[in-house]
Structure formats: structure tokens, C-alpha cells
Design a binder for this molecule. Structure first.
Ligand code: SF4
Ligand code: SF4
Length: 189
């Protein structure tokens, strides 16, 4: 397998502080209401516990990105060196095909520029030897970069409960599931 960067989302560590989403927003001066990265609390069917658990999500830099396939002006490309899916906004005509086609809701609409935009893994930072802004900012190292060509963590999962399973896209993201709540029984009290 060739190099494929992926976000590694450790829900055991994440405290839901939103620092990653804010670092992303600041880095790219995202318009009010536009978030390329979001932090989602898991709903009670998935995580029935009063202390909440979270997944921090953005573009998954899929192996087969549907965004690139549906774009009529080839505003997307996948980098050969690391598998990052880049959106070139200067080419974008704002048709919305990518926004409608991505099952992970990663491309967002910029209402000022009237174009799409999304996480491009901070590829300019990568090229300068830096981590993406979200990864750099996380105070508890709940968000990391891994190379799936070498990644071998038996506890990591690709499709946790609640995360859409689109195997044809093969999203480049891996999760550590949150700690399961301890069930208290009568004998414990
Ligand atoms: S998550 Fe959506 S926007 Fe990102 S590469 Fe996959 S299809 Fe494209
Ligand atoms: S910065 Fe880290 S701990 Fe805070 S929400 Fe993002 S991933 Fe979770």
C-alpha cells in the first residue's frame, strides 16, 4: 500500500473541548457558521452515559473520493505522496455537486465566495514539516495523524457505531472507541 495519511481519532482521550475545530476555523478564517471540522457528541443510543463522548470529524481523505469524481471542473485532486484529497478553491464554480455527494458532509459551502471548501489536511503545513492545525492544537493528543500503510493498531476501528459505512469510498480515518460506561448493579451499592 502506498502512503495514505489518516486522522486518528481517540475518543478515549477526547474531552470535547472543540479546540481542534476552532484551530481549523482560525487557520483558514472560515466564515461564521462554516466549520470544516466539527466535534460531535455521541448520542445516547451509542453512548448511554452522563459523561459524554465525542468524535472530532472533518474530511476523511477517502481512497476513492466521490467529491473528486463528481466535480465538473476537477477542483479536487488526491496527492500521490500521501493520499491527501485537496480542494482547489480557485477552480471551484460552486455548483455544489461535491457537497451533495459526500456522505460524510465534509465539503461546506462558503456563502461569501459562493464556492465549496473543506479540510485539505493542512497540506501546506505538512509540506513545511508541521502537523495540521487541529492535531497541533489538541491539548490531550486525541487527534493524531497516522499512515495507513504502516498503521497496525488492533484496537482501532474504521466504522464505529454512528459513523456512515461507505466501503467504496474507503474513508481514511481510524477511531479508538470511547470507554464503555461501567454498569452499576445492586451488588455494587
Ligand atoms: S470525506 Fe467526502 S470530501 Fe472528503 S475525500 Fe471523502 S468524499 Fe471527498
Ligand atoms: S481538541 Fe482534542 S480533546 Fe478537544 S475536542 Fe478536539 S480532539 Fe477532542
Amino acid at each position: 500500500m502506498t502512503k495514505q495519511y489518516a486522522f486518528f481519532v481517540d475518543a478515549k482521550r477526547c474531552i470535547g473541548c472543540f479546540t481542534c475545530a476552532m484551530a481549523c476555523k482560525n487557520q483558514y478564517h472560515q466564515e461564521p457558521g462554516v466549520h470544516w471540522r466539527q466535534v460531535y457528541p455521541l448520542n445516547e443510543e451509542i453512548y448511554p452515559h452522563r459523561e459524554r463522548a465525542f468524535y472530532s470529524l472533518a474530511c476523511n481523505h477517502c481512497e476513492n473520493p466521490t467529491c473528486a469524481n463528481v466535480c465538473p471542473v476537477k477542483a479536487y485532486y488526491k496527492r500521490e505522496e500521501d493520499g491527501v484529497v485537496v480542494h482547489e478553491q480557485d477552480k471551484c464554480i460552486g455548483c455544489g455537486n461535491c457537497i451533495r455527494s459526500c456522505p460524510y458532509g465534509a465539503p461546506r459551502y462558503n456563502p461569501v465566495l459562493k464556492k465549496a471548501e473543506k479540510c485539505s489536511f493542512c497540506y501546506q503545513r505538512l509540506d513545511a514539516g508541521l502537523k495540521p492545525a487541529c492535531v497541533q492544537s489538541c491539548p490531550v493528543e486525541a487527534l493524531q495523524i497516522v499512515d495507513l500503510a504502516e498503521f497496525d493498531n488492533p484496537n482501532a476501528v474504521q466504522y464505529p457505531a454512528g459513523f456512515p459505512r461507505f466501503t467504496k469510498l474507503n474513508p481514511s480515518v481510524r477511531f479508538i472507541l470511547p470507554e464503555q460506561p461501567r454498569m452499576v448493579t445492586r451488588s455494587d451499592v
